[in-house]
Design a protein around this ligand. Sequence first.
Ligand SMILES: [Zn+2]
Length: 416
Amino acid sequence: MSLPASSSSQNPPSSSAADSGPQDRSADAADLAVDRAGAERHQPGLLGNLAADPRTLVLAVRRDAAPLIDGRLALVSFADLASSAAGSQKTAGPEAAASAGPQQPAEHAASAPSLQLAEPSASAELARPAESTASAESARPAESTASAESAHPAEPTASAPAPSARPAAPDAAAPHDIPGITHWAFLGRTPDHRAVLLAVVADGAGDELVPDADWAPLRAAGGDLPAGEAELLTTAVALSGWLRDAAFCPACGALTELRQAGWSRHCPVCGREHFPRTDPAVIVLLTAAEGDRVLLGANAAWGGDRYSCFAGFAEAGESLEDAVAREVNEESGVRLREIVYRGSQAWPYPRSLMLGFRAVVVDEVEALADGEEIVEVRWFTREEIGSALRGESAVHLPGAASIARRLIEDWYGETA
Ligand SMILES: [Zn+2]
């Protein structure tokens, strides 16, 4: 499987963003540390109230990409976002306007900050049945019916038909009705108590929403962002994927309603609540019994001279330690002992949580690549790892801020 390339710093958040807004921040401005402030999500009308607050910041995310200025996340005020969207609607041709979502009168969009969001609201989903039906959940109906909710077989809802789409109330969608934005969610508060909203941008839209910004994906930009911004973008990408792809109830197939400021979905047919899902994946650095060497693998998908730790998803019913032992054995042939947890990293491609381990190889002669996912396994001495970490070797190691890199660097530092 692919390996992380983004930051998952365990450093404590540092100081706040400047009051003047991230667009004014210089390249060495303070990191943006956002507290999730999860208790606020339950407040009725939170998104609409925050959209009307001029101090509120908005992080726009399109798939896994976000706008950057000078290598930093470019957040904007809600009013500026609405204004940019409205300006784009005025100047864009019919084709561009169509790709940016439902056409709205520019005046309407520009006045959006003063409107209130009626919660719960499923208006964004109701407006986009075609997109929703392409979601990962709806593509796996058989799996969905075998979900944990099937533990309640007495409830006669599993075969209930989905309700037909009904038109949303005229202003219930605000602040949803900014062209090109499909969903909104509350990401948290900065240390100076400014709210940060997530705006999920429709595919093909959004370039005009943040002037002068370059859009870059998390996997490319995450390693270079300050820790707090990398964490914020990771959360935003993970949550936006769920908002985009999980519109339908996995238990009964009905269209769900968003609640808790974008962090929960309520099924109006069977009554169940659904939350953003995370898939556990394990990644492990293997050492020789003496601890003086590590065993890395070259993935078929990478090509060339790139080596990394072994990794894979935990299967249903499996402990993390069992997943480590199984994945490593499948990919490299070795058996393990002393499997020890080392730390974790969220990786929203699409919704993984990477759990990092270190383990000792029982018998070195067993090491043999599976020839499918892993094309080569190779023992590296401390000197070889050192030169690769310094970029003085033809061997390439995982990206700067990935958990795989951290596992390798930790080992290298300990044995120095
Ligand atoms: Zn349901």
